[in-house]
Write a protein that binds this ligand. Structure first.
Ligand code: MV4
Length: 455
């Protein structure tokens, strides 16, 4: 195991990594921006170094400053957390060349999965089902029309370097396809510096199901079941749960076998997530993307499997073999995570930064709170609005929902606005209670509420 690592991140995930390190006897170096002087990760780490001004581009994305901090403090490894530099193949390469272990997959794996078209092709070769669509990048309107003709409308145009929903266009006929192709290419070039796009059959109201995996450098791989992340708004997840109410044991086994084949085929090391779309009309699963990082929602999987994913990630990065066997992994009960964001759900989820005057955290059995906030803390406006993750466990989904409702009701953050009231409503929503959800659930719900307000 490492004796000392640097954490190139902030907020709750920096704390999460520090906690895992403490339990493993690994010393930690925090880096922070000028806006994060009073942050808990700075106080909880063994050492802390200021790496730049408030803007992410000057601090948490500032590769020279982070590498300098790592050299000065003589760390053996860097944990990137999620966001910022976590999926930057160039950063992983620089770490390598400086003889610092990047706690994550290889630059090659990050680069492969960052190219959504290449990811689609490689996972298809490994035997995973992919959404019907173009076999390669679309270069002309003739190619686009031919693809649409063979798969049928509606279709969706996606950027090869995209992801997270940016630069997608849904088309219902030849006319809109031709006009959308040009704008999609221009948008892809402007946003990602790569004009390449590809086409897929558009799946209406799918469910977003993702499978957690981890691999070590000896080729051992594990799958830790799925998470249902269909409750999201504008591609920002708001709630995640495991297991999914639409995945049975047989389907879980099939999904698991598929993802293991997929990640073995690319010699994947570290934690990762394979995202699928589930078409509930046909009950077909399709590979969508792979995320080559630890994700925000990893605690949901930790709660149902009892496995500490950050500790395992540190172990495999230091060259240790996984000691867990696939047969011993069981999905126990149900877990739910609600993302508590400093946003006003009654005002279009507008960011609500500012000083926290009152803070009362929930507790009691089966409740976990991952957060970096405290009474008196000022939420800086420069970063994402996640202020806490409330995670609960129950013997089944219904019990988990009851516990979540109880914990949300105990949770008080003032005077800033948060997503707590939204989640309280969600815990009482008949469709959510039935598990009758899709990626359009939140949008539909907010539309209904807006209509009710007008009446
Ligand atoms: C799709 C789709 C329907 N059909 N692809 C959105 C994020 C990006 N990674 C892929 N996304 C989608 N791709 C086909 N062929 C619907 C979505 C989608 C979505 C996916 C997962 C979670 C939320 C979503 C919300 C809207 C659209």
């Amino acid at each position: 195991m490492f004796s000392k690592i640097l954490i190139a991140n902030r907020g709750e995930i920096a704390l999460r990594i520090i906690r895992a390190c403490r339990e493993l006897g690994v010393r930690t170096v925090a880096v922070y921006s000028q806006a994060d002087r009073d942050s808990l990760h700075v106080r909880l780490a063994d050492e802390a170094i200021c790496i730049g001004q408030a803007a992410s581009s000057s601090s948490y994305l500032n590769i020279p400053a982070i590498i300098s901090a790592a050299e000065i403090t003589d760390v053996e490894a860097i944990h990137p957390g999620y966001g910022f530099l976590a999926e930057n193949p160039h950063f992983a390469e620089i770490c390598q060349s400086c003889k610092i272990t990047f706690i994550g997959p290889t630059p090659e794996n990050i680069r492969l999965m960052g190219d959504k078209m290449a990811a689609r092709t490689s996972m298809h070769k490994a035997g995973l089902p992919i959404i019907p669509g173009s076999a390669s990048v679309i270069r002309s309107k003739e190619e686009a029309l031919k693809t649409a003709k063979s798969i049928g409308y509606p279709v969706i145009i996606k950027a090869a370097s995209g992801g997270g929903g940016k630069g997608m266009r849904i088309c219902h006929n030849d006319l809109t396809l031709v006009s959308s192709l040009m704008t999609a290419q221009a948008e892809a070039e402007a946003n990602f510096g790569n004009p390449d796009v590809y086409i897929e059959k558009y799946i209406e109201k799918p469910r977003h199901i993702e499978v957690q995996i981890i691999g070590d450098s000896s080729g051992h791989v594990l799958q830790l079941g799925e998470r249902d992340c269909s409750i999201q708004r504008r591609h920002q997840k708001l709630l995640e749960e495991s297991p999914s109410s639409v995945v049975d044991n047989k389907m879980r086994k099939r999904l698991g076998e598929m993802v293991l084949k997929g990640i073995k085929s690319i010699n994947y090391v570290s934690c990762g997530t394979i995202e699928f779309l589930l078409d509930e009309k046909t009950n077909n699963f399709y590979f969508m993307e792979m995320n080559t990082r630890i994700q925000v929602e990893h605690p949901v999987t930790e709660m149902v499997t009892g496995i500490d994913l950050i500790k395992e990630q540190l172990r495999v990065a230091s060259g240790e073999k996984l000691k867990i066997h696939q047969d011993s992994i069981q999905i126990r009960g149900a877990a739910i995570e609600c993302r508590i964001n400093a946003e006003d759900p009654d005002n279009n989820f507008m960011p609500s930064p500012g000083k926290i005057e009152t803070l009362v955290l929930p507790g009691g059995p089966n409740v976990r709170v991952d957060t970096h906030i405290y009474a008196g803390y000022e939420i800086p406006p420069q970063y994402d609005s996640l202020v806490a993750k409330l995670i609960v466990h129950g013997n089944n989904r219904q019990e988990a929902i009851r516990t979540m409702y109880r914990a949300l009701a105990e949770f008080h953050i003032a005077p800033i606005k948060t997503t707590i009231p939204f989640h309280l409503k969600l815990m009482q929503n008949p469709l959510f209670l039935k598990g009758d959800i899709s990626t359009h659930f939140v949008q539909d719900l907010l539309k209904e509420e807006a209509v009710e307000r007008k009446e």
